[in-house]
Ligand binder design. Sequence first.
Ligand SMILES: C[S@@+](CC[C@H](N)C(=O)[O-])C[C@H]1O[C@@H](n2cnc3c(N)ncnc32)[C@H](O)[C@@H]1O
Length: 276
Amino acid sequence: MGHGTISDYMLTFLKEKILVILQTMFYRNRLDASGEMYRPAGLNLLTSRFNQYLIEKGYSPAWIWSEDDCRRFWSTEVNQYDNANEPQQYSSKSTELIEFMAKFWEPHVQSEYKVLELGCNAGANLDTLRLLGFTRLEGVEINPEAVKLMSSVFPDLYRHTNINVGSLEDKLPLLATDSSDVIFTMAVLMHVHPKSKRIFSEMVRVARRFIVTVEPEFANYGYVFARNYRRVFQSLGCKQLTSVTLGVDTTDDAIADYHGIILRLFSVPNVDNDLT
Ligand SMILES: C[S@@+](CC[C@H](N)C(=O)[O-])C[C@H]1O[C@@H](n2cnc3c(N)ncnc32)[C@H](O)[C@@H]1O
């Protein structure tokens, strides 16, 4: 073994050790050890805020996955990491959170509005909205297997809904300005890589009236990115009209599994006052 090889080995070893230390310092789950919403305090508040700062500014710290890894993870049916991306699971998920969201936005969002879901997977959320009376629905989804599953699990939804199959990075810029009344995301912006932050201004461009986010905001690890969406969308000229933090503002039993998720509703800039 030559000198070069030994120093290469040492360097790789050190890099790995440093990464483990950084991950220990900066990884955060949505829930704390007692299963309740993680609320950073003390030093954790500093590291959590630092994570949000980096991610919101578009930096890619060493302790997160690359943009390519994220894209590969979500665009295939099952991946090499775990089972987190099985369309079958998303198609049979419980409907409580989307029903909660529909109540949350009720004072602002009418059933005749055109609603676009980003990261709709196999369509369980859209189908629940359809059953609640929304008929003008659209989706964007990166995983073709999930959309294929939609055609067999929710055939009526699939027949009447335009689903753009592809990444948000590629598809959002192709959508016309003001072409959806409402854009919503559920557990999707949390997976948008910091380098793709242009997606947020695209959302503001495409939405005519409202943007609704249903996302955890402190969780941060490999492919989960912490952001404060109030800050993100207000910096783009939106106005937050209302928000609810699950597990803090409400402890409704039906949505107990979702503690730590924050629902926010924004009006987009230039929306007529009479629209809000
Ligand atoms: C955690 S799942 C949530 C699915 C669905 N919104 C729900 O509430 O059940 C994240 C979804 O976002 C999709 N996704 C992730 N990154 C994406 C990207 N860059 N472009 C389009 N879709 C993406 C994934 O394929 C997956 O369907």
